[in-house]
Design a binder for this molecule. Structure first.
Ligand SMILES: *Cc1c(COP(=O)(O)O)cnc(C)c1O
Length: 394
C-alpha cells in the first residue's frame, strides 16, 4: 500500500459549481439558453477579448478556427510536434497538409527562430503555410510577438492553442486578448485550468471571424435576415449558408464554466505557488526544471522536469513504473505528434524534429493541480529523489 494515490491533474468542483448546474437542470433551457452567452461574455471580459464562441470541446474549436481562417484542401498548417494530437489534426480535418516546426530547447515551445528560417525556405519553394498553430505549452505562451511579426510578413493566420493557458498572461495582457493571435483556443477538459466537463472556446477580436465561427458551430445556419438570399421571411426562417456542424456547448456545461471562472485567478495563483515550491524542492537534483520566458506568466497547467536518463544510466520506463507503483500519477507530455503511426503514414520519421524527440526521451510531468497538498507534493519529490539517487542503474 502506498500512502497516496496522486493523479497528475484533477478538477476542483465546489458547491457553487454544483448549484449552478442544478439550476440549469430546473430551468427551461438545457441548451441554447442564456448560460452559454453569459459564459462567453465572462471569459471574453476576463481575457480582454471582443468575442468568445463556446463549443463542445477545444478540438472542435481548433477545427472551426482553421475553417474560419480559410484552411482547405491543398493548404498547409504548421504546428509544434510537442503538443496533443488535436493541434495538428485540425489541419487534416480541413484537408490540409500538416507540417511541424521543432521546439526551443529551453521553453519546449515552438521555436520562433526555426519557424522564421522554415518560412524563408517555404517562400522560395512556394509552399508557405496558411495557418500556424502556436501552442502555449504547459501554460506558457510562445514567443508570440515574433511569431505575429512573421504572420504579418508571410500572410498566415496565427491561431494560439492556449488549451493549457487560460489565466496566463503575455507581455502584460491576458492570453486570449488577441494582441498577437487572430484566434485563441481554450480547453475545459477536467485536467485543464478550469473545466466544463468537456468544452472549448475560441476568442477573437475580428467580427467577421466571430460571425463565421458562430455559423460553423451550428450547421452553417444563420437566422440573420441581412445574410439571407430571401430576407423577408418570418421570424421562424433560417438559411444554411455553408456546411457547418453541431459543435454547440450545452447550458449545463456553460453554467459550470461560468461558476469556475469565479475561481480562475485563485486556481492559477495556487498553481504558480505549487510550481515555485517544486522549483525549490527539486533544485538540488540532477534535473532540468521548466524555465519561463521573459514577459510570459504561465498558468502552469503542467510541471514538466527533464531527467537526463542516459547520463544517469537510468531507464525512463523504470522511473515511470516506479513512480506509478508509488502512487504518483506521472505522465508524459508529449509523445512527438510526428511519430504517431498516423503521421508516420504521412511521411514523417524518427529524427525529423530532434529537439522534440530528445525532450520526449527525458520529460516527466509531475502532479500539479490546485488541491495538491504540500504533504502530497513533498511525497512526490521524495519518491523522485529516491529513484534518481537509489534506483539500480540500467
Ligand atoms: C487538451 C488539449 C486539446 C484538446 O482539448 P479538448 O477540449 O479535449 O478537445 C488541444 N490542444 C492541446 C494543447 C490540449 O492540451
Amino acid at each position: 500500500m502506498t500512502p497516496f494515490s496522486i493523479p497528475y491533474g484533477r478538477q476542483n468542483i465546489d458547491q457553487a459549481d454544483i448549484d449552478a448546474v442544478v439550476e440549469v437542470l430546473k430551468s427551461p433551457w438545457l441548451t441554447q439558453g442564456p448560460a452559454v452567452p453569459r459564459f462567453e461574455a465572462a471569459l471574453a471580459a476576463h481575457c480582454q477579448a471582443e468575442f468568445a464562441i463556446a463549443v463542445c470541446n477545444a478540438t472542435a474549436a481548433l477545427h472551426i478556427a482553421c475553417l474560419a481562417a480559410g484552411l482547405g484542401a491543398g493548404d498547409r498548417l504548421w504546428t509544434t510536434p510537442n503538443t496533443f494530437v488535436a493541434s495538428a489534426n485540425c489541419g487534416r480535418y480541413c484537408g490540409a497538409e500538416v507540417d511541424f516546426v521543432d521546439i526551443d530547447p529551453l521553453t519546449w515551445n515552438l521555436d520562433a527562430g526555426l519557424l522564421a528560417s522554415k518560412l524563408e525556405a517555404a517562400e522560395r519553394a512556394g509552399t508557405l503555410p496558411k495557418v500556424v498553430v502556436a501552442v502555449a505549452f504547459a501554460g506558457q505562451s510562445c514567443d508570440m510577438r515574433r511569431i505575429a511579426e512573421l504572420a504579418e510578413r508571410y500572410g498566415f493566420t496565427l491561431i494560439e492553442d492556449a488549451s493549457h493557458a487560460v489565466g496566463a498572461s503575455y507581455l502584460g495582457r491576458p492570453v486570449g486578448s488577441g494582441a498577437h493571435a487572430a484566434m485563441t483556443i481554450f480547453s475545459f477538459h477536467p485536467v485543464k485550468i478550469i473545466t466544463t466537463g468537456e468544452g472549448g472556446m475560441v476568442l477573437t477580436n475580428r467580427p467577421e471571424l466571430a460571425e463565421r465561427l458562430r455559423r460553423l458551430r451550428s450547421h452553417g445556419i444563420t437566422g440573420e435576415p441581412s445574410q439571407m438570399s430571401v430576407p423577408d421571411h418570418g421570424l421562424w426562417y433560417y438559411q444554411q449558408l455553408e456546411l457547418g456542424f453541431n459543435y454547440r456547448m450545452t447550458d449545463l456545461h456553460a453554467a459550470l464554466g461560468l461558476s469556475q471562472i469565479a475561481r480562475l485567478d485563485a486556481f492559477v495563483a495556487k498553481r504558480r505557488q505549487l510550481a515555485a515550491r517544486y522549483h525549490r524542492l527539486l533544485a538540488d537534483l540532477p534535473l532540468t526544471l521548466p524555465t519561463q520566458q521573459e514577459g510570459a506568466e504561465s498558468a502552469w497547467h503542467l510541471y514538466v522536469v527533464r531527467v537526463p536518463f542516459e547520463q544517469l544510466k537510468l531507464s525512463q520506463r523504470a522511473v515511470f513504473d516506479a513512480m506509478r507503483s508509488a502512487g504518483v500519477g506521472v505522465n508524459l507530455h508529449y509523445i512527438p505528434v510526428h511519430l504517431q503511426p498516423y503521421y508516420r503514414e504521412q511521411g514523417f520519421t524518427d529524427g525529423d524534429y530532434p529537439e522534440a524527440e530528445r525532450y520526449f526521451g527525458e520529460a516527466i510531468s509531475l502532479p500539479l493541480f490546485p488541491d495538491l497538498s504540500d504533504e502530497q507534493q513533498d511525497y512526490v519529490v521524495e519518491q523522485l529523489r529516491n529513484l534518481l539517487l537509489f534506483l539500480p542503474k540500467a
